[in-house]
Design a protein around this ligand. Sequence first.
Ligand SMILES: *Cc1c(COP(=O)(O)O)cnc(C)c1O
Length: 478
Amino acid sequence: MEQEKILARLLQILTRYSQERATGPFVDYLDPEELRQRLDLDSGVRGDWDQLFAWVEKYLTHAVRTSHPAYLNRMWAGANLPSVIGEMVTAVTNTSACTYETAPVSTLMEKYLLRTMLELVGFHNGTGQMTTGSSNANMIAMMAARNNADPAVKQQGLFGRPPLFALVNADAHYSMDRASNILGLGAEHLLKVPVDDHGRMRVDALEQRLAEITAAGGVPFFVAATAGTTVRGSYDLLQPIIALRDQYKFWLHVDGAWGGAVVFSDRLRARFLPHLEQADSFTLDFHKMLGTSLMCNVLLFNQRPDILRQVCSAGDESYIFREGDNGEIRDLGTQSLQCGRRVDSLKWFLDWKFYGREGLAERVEHYLELCAYAEAQVQQAAELEMVVPRESFNVCFRFRPPAPIPAAAFNQELRERMHRTGRSLVGTGFVNGELVLRLLITNINVDKSEIDTFFRAVIETGRELLAERSGLDHPRTR
Ligand SMILES: *Cc1c(COP(=O)(O)O)cnc(C)c1O
């Protein structure tokens, strides 16, 4: 009885939170020290539900409202309601998706997801798994490529083996650097291939590196193409890389954490990701553009149905895993690097059933239209400029302060001011050494009018900063 009352109370709080979260500022900003005092983390007594709910209220009051239309900061925002329902059910039922016997429904849903996505991407006789995100997926893909290139590595490690080299777009995600560290390659064996004007790997430079490595007795075992680089949104061209693969026999991984979401739309896939079906592996985050609650990812492998088992399985698993009938893998944990695995399949499944492929395709197409609209707004505003033309979804722009004010410091200050005053939170990044404000639209509550509001706020904040600099008496609005 107590439990029911408590859950009802929680639902009431969450309902009120979701009614209020799109109104007012996106965050009640406090400096860290002030927030620490306000939270008073040392206070409280044990076993008191009223106090527990007071903590919940404090958390909600000071949390960043990521569904708020002024939250334009990251590759994700808010979360789809169907997936939130899935997440809550997952929390209440609390199980690990490593064995069929503890997670029968989740196992079948994950297998259904893998079948659905392999077919959609066009991978034949493949396999895959839900991982904790594309950072991990990139690492697992690199590991699979490593062990595929030199099967002795699983037993002997890299000691005394021919040197391996991985090659990535110079703007590839930092998870590639971390993966090469974890996997024992070292930073010097991860080569960053320079990019062209569009932020795509230069194929001539890639070819040159491949030739140099091979001539020196090295093994270029892995090339990762990025489908939507994190800062610029550039898509590496797959076809010329596939042609090089025929010659050099490397593993071609496609990091579609961000821009892989175009696979749901035939039109956008043909434009941004042709030939994806010929890659060796592909990762896609459902928790970014597609709006499933964090974390939700799928990593897919082409043509190699047993690769995950071969690569990941190690050690004595006899206490936990059972052989399925006719060798079928029933326990997904046998092909994972984790033991305990969160159930991520239910929230994906509910999103998939609720929106369908068409709904997700429409969403991604709509985001792209909004990005084109945003770029046009930047071009029309005298105070703003695009730092580089838009490649896909990422709008890399900045406020143009009059000379001699340095643009980077000014835009950094502008961004901080917008954050602290709760007007908006927008991302940043560096393109060709220039600081850019990086507008990302992944929020279903954002439409043209919210984009207009955002740019108005950028321009007002910029003018305000300029007025303060020139010593004019300009009222600071909060
Ligand atoms: C976000 C991102 C990643 C990391 O994905 P996580 O799911 O956050 O680990 C990897 N690659 C690219 C291109 C990304 O944009």
